[in-house]
Ligand binder design. Structure first.
Ligand SMILES: Nc1ncnc2c1ncn2[C@@H]1O[C@H](COP(=O)(O)OP(=O)(O)O)[C@@H](O)[C@H]1O
Ligand SMILES: [Mg+2]
Length: 493
């Protein structure tokens, strides 16, 4: 056998790697990963949608010396199987190049280190012309003419990643300016989610500031931590072969009736709460994938409030088969098996939040307006024939009115708009009810009937005890107690 040295043909290989499938937002996130790894605290994302459009990411990280910069521009500059620092967000030694050139035809990286600027550029036209892996080194004058160079220069150290000749972003667009602004707007939303554990306002644990064209990108915490409740304590799944572990932390969002319309929209996005249930997998605190149960359970209506945070360290990349774009990763069997057990608990918990009212009605000792009964044929909703107000009413009306009342109640029961309501809930419409004050006024006006029947203090205490177990009085029992007893005090005077 003899050896033939067969390096890839640069213009074609680069052109092919452009089609690796990065979205604009995933590409930007990959560049921001590099800034975070370089210990940047301030990251500025800038874009210009007209004249000579560009997208730039400027950070105040540690920067690179000249050799490091050159090496970093190489496709495959790091061993994909190497052990990385635990806070390193990289893996394949590709992102800087593949993410950037998936969006543009000219990538310039300028870095400031020890008060000196170094610049390198991959330009696809130049590579096409030379037919070689021809990296360009910028001289000082060329660097100083680059857009945003002064923003980089204002930092002690840092790096500017500049994308120009943005062919992918403008492909097929009519109004390029609007198209870019819209896409960057979407990217900003994506970044506020995937980096929420770094960004202020999003439950930041490791703070960075991210600013897009002067506007702060605030973190968006998908767990609504301030209002959700944890479904169970944080759990760790040990992976002994890798001397490592995975963290699992489930949350149950508040019941939609406890959320405002804006909150439902905010936490449900354009496809609704249901589509965003599931695992949220973080690698080094950066969100990789979300809104999936990895087929371990169904994306069920009743589990839609469950969101489970999973934390994986970068030492488990191979096990999770992390892809180059950092947009897919699958749990290994050892984790899946454990997740399957945990999932049941979590989903049951979400279901409970969701069906709380229904279950409570059939099982607790409260007298409800509606009774819910699980029958062989299905669930039956019935008006409670023993409801106290109905009893009182029956005492004071004649038989003819009683018959009419029964018929009326029956038609309410049998014409309850179940299908419509189910549809509205499914579509996360807010079901409007009278506010508490209006409800309380109605309750107050009903109290008279009970009070009139009371002859002494004992009767009143009995009334209170009965109302404390009767819907909707039980929700206002302290205020009701005051009214019922206060009235008695008056009598005694
Ligand atoms: N903003 C930056 N600041 C400092 N160093 C950087 C920056 N971006 C990239 N680098 C260096 O370039 C290398 C290559 O980056 P990249 O191609 O994204 O691969 P990876 O992140 O997988 O290592 C990084 O390992 C890092 O050393
Ligand atoms: Mg990287």
């Amino acid at each position: 056998m003899r050896n033939i040295d067969l390096p890839p043909y640069a213009p074609m290989l680069i052109e092919s790697t452009r089609a690796i499938g990065y979205s604009l937002e995933a590409a930007i996130a990959d560049i921001i990963d590099n800034s975070i790894t370089a210990k940047a605290k301030n990251i500025s994302l800038r874009f210009l949608p007209y004249s000579d459009p560009y997208i730039a990411i400027i950070d105040d990280g540690i920067g690179m010396d000249e050799d490091k910069l050159t090496e970093s521009m190489r496709y495959g500059c790091a061993d994909p199987n190497g052990i990385r620092e635990s806070n390193d967000m990289g893996r394949y030694g590709l992102g800087l190049k593949t993410a950037s050139l998936s969006q543009c035809r000219s990538l310039t990286v300028v870095t400031k280190c020890n008060n000196t600027l170094f610049g390198r550029q991959w330009d696809l036209e130049h590579i096409k012309a030379t037919g070689q892996w021809s990296l360009l080194a910028l001289d000082e004058d060329e660097m100083l003419q680059l857009p945003l160079i002064e923003e980089l220069n204002a930092h002690e150290s840092g790096t500017l990643v500049l994308w120009r000749n943005l062919d992918k972003i403008f492909a097929g667009e009519i109004n390029v300016e609007d198209a870019m602004t819209e896409k960057m707007d979407m990217a900003s939303k994506h970044l506020s989610l995937v980096f929420h554990r770094f960004l202020a306002g999003g439950d930041a644990e490791q703070k960075i500031s991210l600013i897009m064209n002067g506007d702060i990108i605030k973190g968006f915490d998908p767990f609504f931590t301030t209002k959700s409740r944890p479904a169970m304590d944080e759990e760790r799944i040990d992976i002994p072969q890798f001397n490592s572990s995975v963290g699992v932390y489930p949350f149950v969002l508040p019941h939609p009736s406890k959320m405002t319309k804006d909150e439902i929209e905010k936490y449900g996005g354009k496809d609704g709460l249901r589509s965003l249930q599931g695992f949220y997998v973080y690698r080094n605190k950066r969100l990789l994938i979300w809104g999936t149960w990895f087929r371990l359970t169904r994306m069920d209506e009743f589990s839609k409030l469950a969101r489970v945070r999973i934390d994986i360290p970068n030492s488990l990349d191979a096990l999770w088969t992390l892809d180059v774009k950092k947009s897919t990763a699958m749990p290994p069997e050892i984790v899946k098996t454990r997740l399957k057990q945990i999932i049941k608990k979590i989903v049951d918990n979400s279901k409970r939040t969701y069906t709380f009212r229904g279950k409570k009605e059939t099982r607790d000792d409260i007298t409800h307006v509606w009774n819910v009964m699980e029958t062989r044929e299905g669930v039956r909703y019935e008006l409670n024939g023993d409801y106290p107000l109905l009893d009182k009413l029956s005492e004071i009306i004649d038989d003819e009115a009683k018959k009419l009342l029964d018929d009326y109640l029956y038609s309410i029961e049998s014409n309850f708009p179940v299908n419509r309501m189910q549809n509205d809930i499914y579509n996360e419409k807010k079901i409007v009810k009278d506010n508490n004050d209006a409800q309380f006024n109605n309750i107050k006006s009903q109290l008279g009937i009970f009070i009139d029947a009371a002859e002494n203090r004992k009767d009143r205490e009995q009334i209170i005890s009965m109302l404390s177990k009767t819907e909707p009085f039980c929700d206002y029992i302290d205020r009701i107690k005051e009214i019922v007893m206060e009235d008695e005090d008056d009598e005694e005077v």
